[in-house]
Ligand binder design. Sequence first.
Ligand code: FAD
Length: 292
Amino acid sequence: MSAVIEEIRSPGVTVSIEVFPPKSENGAVRLLEETARIQEGVRVAFTSVTYGAGGSTRDGTLNLVIELAKRNPGRVVAHLTCVGSNEEALSRLLSAYHESGMTDIMALRGDIPEGMTREEAVSGGFRYAADLVSWLREAGGVSSIGVAGYPEGHPETPDRAKDLDHFVAKAGAGADYAATQFFFENSDYFRFVVEAAARGLEIPVAPGILPVRDIDQVVRFAGMCGAAVPERVLSALEPYRGDPEGFKEKSADLAAEQISGLIEAGVRHFHIYSLNKSDIVLGIADRLGWRR
Ligand code: FAD
């Protein structure tokens, strides 16, 4: 069984971190240092690397994934998006991953690129993430497939019941686990997993935790992905706007409190959006007794 699946199903608490490929070579070097720092401080079950998000280049992503996979064999998850792509291009990328021993994939549709209509974006043959999951299962050679979930709903499908059906369909297509979009109210996550389970979902759903680095940035992210930032979070962080160290401490407090609430409810795997930085992740680890 893939180490990724083992970790996600583990009865003990496990943590994965998500990183994004930086645009510059210097950024890539810094990222490798930051991920190494996180791993020195806390046991990381796996590192997942986003694809095509935030303007990262395809080559940059491939190189970073390969380098991380060399350093952490069997413990790197490559995200793969299907919008604006086709079977041939995805096959090539998958082969490159396989050649470097990378067989753990997070299958996503991806956002419709600016300036493209939805029909143009899916003209390569993959309309939804579930199509990519089915294709990966047929292609074979993949040891785990993760998919995305949205506790507060995905913005393109305001009908919550339909969105949940679409989410559950990804498990039906062959996904092994899901990681969620970030959220701040644990009640949103609990409702989501209960509603998905009522529709027959059996795969684990790892909550996505976003330690806030910047108030304006988190409000912008939330606006783009249909998540809410509660007043409670904003007002806790607002006094630290001009105090970067105090801000990080408060942010780690908030994320650790959120994770504690989830642990109390029985959640065991956490997917942390590191934003390529070690400091707040290590701050969370200190507060939760996760430090090596
Ligand atoms: P899907 O599951 O296909 O859903 C997209 C929309 O289509 C939803 O509204 C859904 O309800 C609807 N839908 C699905 N199936 C049907 C159907 N049969 N009929 C009608 N409607 C349907 N983006 C990146 O570009 N790169 C990344 O690396 C990346 N990583 C991510 C990691 C995580 C953990 C998360 C939560 C998100 C990530 N994203 C990434 C963002 C993601 O690509 C976007 O949210 C995208 O808009 C949806 O992708 P999806 O895989 O959830 O799509």
